[in-house]
Ligand binder design. Structure first.
Ligand SMILES: CC(C)(COP(=O)(O)OP(=O)(O)OC[C@H]1O[C@@H](n2cnc3c(N)ncnc32)[C@H](O)[C@@H]1OP(=O)(O)O)[C@@H](O)C(=O)NCCC(=O)NCCS
Length: 253
């Protein structure tokens, strides 16, 4: 049993989730299955059933805050949850906890890429170091390696951030990303200091990532009590000009 409970994980998630979203965390267990979701569980391993049903129970609880009566949340293209009309959300689970974030989709065609203006992605991981054998796959450029340093929990945080960016991007792009397609971005500010900074702190961190298609994302993350990342579309950073659709791995080695 970890030394933290639902409230600890929920507090950590709240600290990194934009205020316009509802969020929560729940220890994975036997959870009621919505009759409309039975097809999700046919022949499924009990461990997966518990994780998925706990995540969806939590999602329904959060959706009540938005006036949505309990409804099935089926699985759509690429495994993404199908949210009720007008809702943006994301679910994640590790071996112990399920987390969920939901809000209003704020649909609008105000920008070229905007089908959903309020994209969100979440991921949760135990606060253990990333296995060293996958470091080179996950950390694809010098900034990522510098940010992780020699702390494998930092490396897991970057892993978690990339999964959150993938989930955030999916409803917009319907695109499968590899780790090398999502990269940390650092810039120097007027004072010559890096922004975002390269040091991971115990409290909330805010990092900037971009994808090989030029999608910009802010990722806020915590490393304790679990590694949790929330990705949102950084629309204010704008879409890069068409010519700049180069791979983020251009900075790699
Ligand atoms: C989606 C993915 C990242 C989930 O990672 P995971 O650690 O296995 O599982 P998590 O618990 O964190 O997340 C699972 C939840 O993510 C959501 N999800 C799955 N596919 C999704 C997608 N394409 N878009 C948005 N959300 C998705 C679902 O809600 C799922 O839970 P559910 O099946 O109970 O509904 C992973 O399964 C995947 O498809 N990876 C391929 C892409 C990838 O990893 N590339 C390298 C990193 S960018």
């Amino acid at each position: 049993m970890p030394d933290h409970d639902d409230d600890d994980v929920a507090r950590a998630l709240r600290s990194i989730t934009p205020l316009r979203f509802f969020c929560g965390a729940r220890r994975i267990g036997e959870a009621p299955i919505h009759p409309g979701e039975k097809s999700l569980y046919d022949g499924v391993d009990p461990k997966v059933r518990r994780a998925t049903s706990t995540g969806r129970m939590l999602a329904r609880e959060l959706l009540r805050n938005l006036g949505i009566t309990p409804a099935p949340i089926l699985r759509g293209e690429g495994g993404a949850p199908i949210w009720p009309a007008g809702i943006a959300g994301s679910i994640a689970h590790d071996d112990e906890f399920a987390v969920c974030v939901v809000g209003t989709a704020d649909s609008g065609a105000d920008e070229e890429w905007a089908t959903h203006a309020n994209l969100i992605g979440v991921d949760v991981e135990p606060a253990h170091g990333l296995p060293a054998e996958i470091l080179a796959t996950v950390l694809v450029n010098a900034d990522e390696r510098a940010t992780a340093g020699d702390d494998l929990v930092n490396a897991r945080a970057i892993f978690c951030a990339k999964e959150a960016v993938y989930k955030m991007s999916y409803p917009l792009e319907r695109k499968f990303y590899e780790f090398r397609d999502i990269a940390l971005v650092r810039r120097r500010n007027a004072g010559g200091r890096y922004f975002p900074p390269s040091v991971m702190v115990a409290g909330p961190n805010r990092l900037h990532f971009h994808t090989s298609t030029g999608l910009e994302a802010w990722v806020t993350l915590v490393r304790t009590p679990r590694v949790i990342a929330v990705a949102t579309w950084a629309r204010e950073l704008g879409r890069p000009p068409r010519g700049r659709r180069n791979s983020p791995t251009r900075e790699a080695l």
